[in-house]
Ligand binder design. Structure first.
Ligand code: C5P
Length: 227
């Protein structure tokens, strides 16, 4: 296991990925975007044309697919059977279908196992998702839970989409985000919730830079002082 494990959980578009990446950079740590893992299995299942509600079929897809997860130049790179699929993982079809993968208990078990294996190979790691502090790394050195008002998160997602040349109404984006929150919070396995010992950070009125600084000072205070 890594010497330093930092978990960041939180709802959709709360800034977890960006913050995890920047925090990792500041600490010279590796980082893991676990949402990309759920998205990769979703893509493989769509390609295989399997019934997404059939857990056995999903496990079959996982067994016959060779997933590669790595970090290159500060970016999470995901491969399936040797082909880089990182760009495709943010497609709306994947986003909409990931909930099927996320609610299959044995699929989650396998992904959590892969997350722990990934962390075991790193000296320091910042890992982000929905269940990193509650399930995957219950004994992490420090746990964060990022939140923000749904309207703020929708605005951030809209700006991200705009930068990619995609125009979408704020209402539609907010509705999709709230639906995803509900599905993530209400599943029986690995539901979205702050760990009992997580530091909850409301990012509604904070810039990314401010969030990173805040987290960094908590890490320095709690984890780096003892060394
Ligand atoms: O974070 P991201 O939006 O990429 O995650 C995609 C989906 O994967 C989420 O909506 C959630 O259902 C699922 N997920 C999960 N547990 C994680 C990370 C992501 O269930 N640790």
């Amino acid at each position: 296991m890594a010497n330093l494990v930092i978990t960041i959980d939180g709802p959709a578009a709360s800034g977890k990925s960006t913050v995890a990446r920047l925090l990792a950079e500041r600490l010279g740590a590796s980082f893991l975007d676990t949402g990309a893992m759920y998205r990769a299995v979703t893509l493989a299942a769509i390609r295989a044309g399997v019934d997404m509600s059939d857990q056995e079929k999903l496990l079959g897809v996982m067994e016959t697919s060779d997933f590669q997860f790595s970090v290159k130049e500060g970016k999470m790179v995901v491969g399936i059977n040797g082909a880089d699929v990182s760009e495709q993982l943010r497609n709306p079809e994947i986003t909409a279908n990931a909930r099927h993968i996320a609610s299959a208990p044995r699929v989650r078990e396998k992904l959590v196992e892969m997350q722990r294996q990934f962390a075991a190979g790193e000296e320091k790691i910042v890992t982000e998702g929905r269940d990193q502090g509650t399930v995957a790394f219950g004994d992490a050195d420090i746990k964060f839970y990022l939140t923000a008002e749904p309207s703020e998160r929708a605005g951030r997602r809209q700006a991200e989409l705009r930068a990619k040349g995609v125009s979408e109404s704020l209402e539609k984006i907010q509705r999709a985000i709230e639906e995803r929150d509900k599905s993530d919070e209400n599943r029986t396995v690995g539901p979205l919730k702050p760990a009992g010992d997580a530091i909850v950070v409301d990012t509604t009125d904070l810039s990314i830079k401010e969030v990173v600084e805040k987290l960094l000072s908590c890490v320095k205070e709690k984890c780096l002082k003892k060394n």
